[in-house]
Design a protein around this ligand. Structure first.
Ligand code: ADE
Length: 224
C-alpha cells in the first residue's frame, strides 16, 4: 500500500511512522509512506492561509496550495488514490472503515489545520471525509496517524500472528476477553484455573463467555 500524507506539519509524523508496527510494515515493504508539505506548493510568499470571508476568528487554508499539492502528487504517482480528508465534520471512523481502507492500494490523507479548509477544497476534491470522534483537535495530523495505525496493522503480513487480528476487540463485534501472562499469581490475584489447564476446548469456551460478559457490561450497544 502507498500512503501519501498532505500536511503543513510533516515532522509530526516522523516519530509515529518510525516506530513499532508502522515501522516494521515499512521495513517489510508492505507499505510506503510519503510526506508532502502543503507550504511547498504555495505561491512565492509560501502563504497557505488567509482570513475568512465574512469575518470570524482564525485562518482558513486556501484552496490553491492544496490543489497544487494533490495534482502534483497524483501526476508523480501515476495511479488513482483514495482521498481522505480529516475533519471533525466527517463520517465517524471505526473498525469496519479501517478494514475497507486496508484493501486499498493507495491512500492519500489530507490534513487540515487552524480554523478549517476553504469549502472549495471539500467541493473539488471528491474526498471521503473522516472524523475520529466528536471532539475538535487542532489539526488533522493526529487523526491521520490514528487512521494509518488502524489500517496498516490490518494489511496481511504486517502482524506476524494472523490470529491476533482475527481474535481482537471489535472484529467479531465483541470486546476482547481478558488476557493474562506469567506469573500465575500476582499480589494475590490469580489467573483463572481453566487458562492454565491446557484444555483447549474449555479455554475457547471461557474466552467466548468472557468476551460476551465484558461486552454486555461495557458496551451493550455492540450487542444490540
Ligand atoms: N480535525 C480536527 N478535529 C478532528 C477530528 N476529531 N477528526 C478528524 N479530523 C479532525
Amino acid at each position: 500500500m502507498r500512503i501519501d500524507i498532505v500536511t503543513l506539519f510533516p515532522e509530526m509524523f516522523e516519530g509515529v511512522l518510525g516506530h513499532s508496527i508502522l515501522r516494521i510494515a515499512k521495513e517489510k515493504y508492505l507499505v510506503q509512506y510519503n510526506l508532502f508539505n502543503i507550504r511547498e506548493y504555495a505561491d512565492n510568499r509560501r502563504c497557505v492561509d488567509d482570513r475568512p470571508y465574512g469575518g470570524g476568528p482564525g485562518m482558513v487554508i486556501k484552496p490553491e496550495p492544496v490543489f497544487n499539492a494533490i495534482e502534483a502528487i497524483g501526476q508523480q504517482a501515476g495511479i488513482h488514490s483514495k482521498k481522505i480528508l480529516l475533519t471533525p465534520q466527517g463520517h465517524r471512523f471505526n473498525q469496519s472503515i479501517a478494514k475497507e481502507l486496508a484493501r486499498e492500494p493507495y491512500l492519500m490523507l489530507i490534513c487540515g489545520h487552524y480554523e478549517g479548509f476553504d469549502e472549495r477544497i471539500r467541493m473539488g476534491l471528491d474526498a471521503f471525509e473522516l472524523s475520529i470522534g466528536d471532539y475538535v483537535l487542532s489539526g488533522g495530523e493526529i487523526p491521520a496517524m490514528v487512521v494509518i495505525d488502524a489500517v496498516v496493522r490490518l494489511i496481511p503480513g504486517v502482524l506476524g500472528d494472523l490470529d491476533s487480528v482475527v481474535n481482537e476487540s471489535f472484529n467479531g463485534d465483541l470486546l476482547e476477553h481478558p488476557q493474562y501472562t506469567r506469573p500465575a499469581e500476582y499480589r494475590g490475584m490469580k489467573v483463572p484455573e481453566v487458562l492454565i489447564s491446557g484444555h483447549h476446548q474449555k479455554i475457547k469456551e471461557w474466552q467466548k463467555e468472557h468476551a460476551m460478559k465484558r461486552t454486555r457490561e461495557r458496551r451493550p450497544d455492540l450487542i444490540e
